[in-house]
Design a protein around this ligand. Structure first.
Ligand SMILES: Cc1cc2nc3c(=O)[nH]c(=O)nc-3n(C[C@H](O)[C@H](O)[C@H](O)COP(=O)(O)O)c2cc1C
Length: 159
């Protein structure tokens, strides 16, 4: 299977957009945009994300043992783009950030956030499936979600 073609096929799956945040070794914050978030179980409360194993975020999630999932609203496209950009710009310069129970950064106006400790990491090809045990969660703002489809951002339908 040609991987470029497969990416185009998989891009037809519409998803929400999240920013994964985690802690650096120096006590700072790091994060990246992701679409691979999935709810896994309620008892115990488990969620998963799938991150490139060579990404900084994957390395820091493994070393810190914590991460948060920030579900972006329809007006968070700039944040979604910023946290996917490889350049060295301060990704947290945009957005109003608070600190959750595990020390991760959470958006004060996220549609939802989920704060986790790492329960398990499973190698999966060039990615790592990270299973998170939920420590805390909130729905700060009842806004329409940001949607990603065919490499384009869309505004979700408001409640
Ligand atoms: C909408 C969108 C969804 C993304 N989803 C994922 C994902 O689920 N897993 C992943 O590893 N990268 C994903 N990426 C790519 C990362 O955001 C990007 O590679 C980022 O620069 C990684 O940062 P880091 O190397 O500092 O961790 C996505 C990018 C976009 C724009």
């Amino acid at each position: 299977m040609d991987s470029r073609y497969l990416r185009t096929v998989l891009a037809q799956w519409a998803t929400g957009v999240v920013v994964l945040t985690t802690r650096t070794e120096e006590g700072g914050h790091h994060g990246m945009t992701a679409s691979s978030f999935t709810s896994v179980a309620l008892d115990p409360p488990l969620v998963s994300v799938c991150v490139a194993s060579d990404s900084t975020t994957c390395r820091l999630i493994r070393s810190s043992g914590v991460f948060a999932v920030n579900v972006l609203g329809c007006d968070h496209e700039e944040i979604g783009r910023r946290f996917a950009t490889a350049s060295a710009t301060d990704r947290f310069a945009v957005g109003d950030w608070d600190i959750a129970t595990t020390g991760t950064a959470v958006l004060t106006d996220a549609v939802a956030w989920i704060d986790c400790v790492v329960a398990a990491c499973y190698p999966a090809g060039d990615h790592t499936i990270v299973l998170g045990l939920v420590q805390d969660a909130a729905t700060p703002r009842p806004a329409a979600p940001l949607i990603y489809h065919d490499r384009t951002y869309y505004e979700g339908i408001a409640r």
